[in-house]
Design a protein around this ligand. Sequence first.
Ligand code: DAK
Length: 257
Amino acid sequence: MSHLILEKPIRPGVALVRLNRPESLNALNRALVAELTDTLVSLDADPEIRAIVITGNERAFAAGADIKEMAGDSAIDMLILDQFQRWDQIKRLKKPLIAAVSGYALGGGCELAMLCDIIIASETAQFGQPEIKIGVIPGAGGTQRLTRAIGKSRAMEYILTGRFFSAKQAEAWGLVSRVVPPELYLEEALNLAAEIASMPPLAVQLAKQSVNKVYELSLEEGLHFERKNFYLLFASEDQKEGMRAFMEKRTPQWKGK
Ligand code: DAK
């Protein structure tokens, strides 16, 4: 059974992936995670697509991993299932991912939003890592990505209590880039994706890769990485086209080459 709705293209160059298990607040069961990662990997290879938006519904982006499905698992079941092999594919995607979040983004749902490159939130969005309340801790990146995004003291407070925080708080702390009224969050995310999709694809890819290195490299190594990518773009036809179009006062035609 399909747990996703894919619309492609919903705008020029943009795919929309909608999580679709409304009866369980889009809880991320194994079938959904498999379908989601397969879909994202195939969109990443699709020449028609240059940016991807992931959303849920008004009530929930995703309320976390499916507790009912994993409740009886042993550590060895988890090890054998090795779901992280799939999950880690998301962070290796080259194309930009935008999370359009309304309602609950909890546990694995919050972790999925944080795996995206940009989060646009509805005023109704509620974020949290409530795993502590069910006897575990965030396991799909939450302790690392939330701490990097909002700082140690706040991350500790929310991870150790499992309390939720609002879209406004998430915006003030830099976790989300924008909070908009509920009727606009998806529209805003799609418009942003369309704008990014109209940019030269190779430069978008290398910019995303360079920004993401900030969490993995020292400043010196990061600057070196950025510089190599900057030089590399001078080997692209799009760099020649972009600069020529500027001088000729016309709109550039990108080839992605
Ligand atoms: N799992 C399964 N079912 C869930 C669910 C979840 N995470 N969240 C909600 N549901 C189901 C409810 O059981 C209920 O189903 P029925 O009883 O109608 O059959 C339905 O969705 C509606 O939920 P509620 O009746 O509870 O709705 P309320 O408005 O009263 O409450 C709530 C909404 C979001 C506050 C509440 O549902 C809630 O606390 N949900 C659990 C949130 C949570 O603890 N999330 C963290 C789960 S642990 C991994 C990737 C990720 C993870 C692990 C591994 N790999 C790649 C390996 C992440 C782990 C987690 O996320």
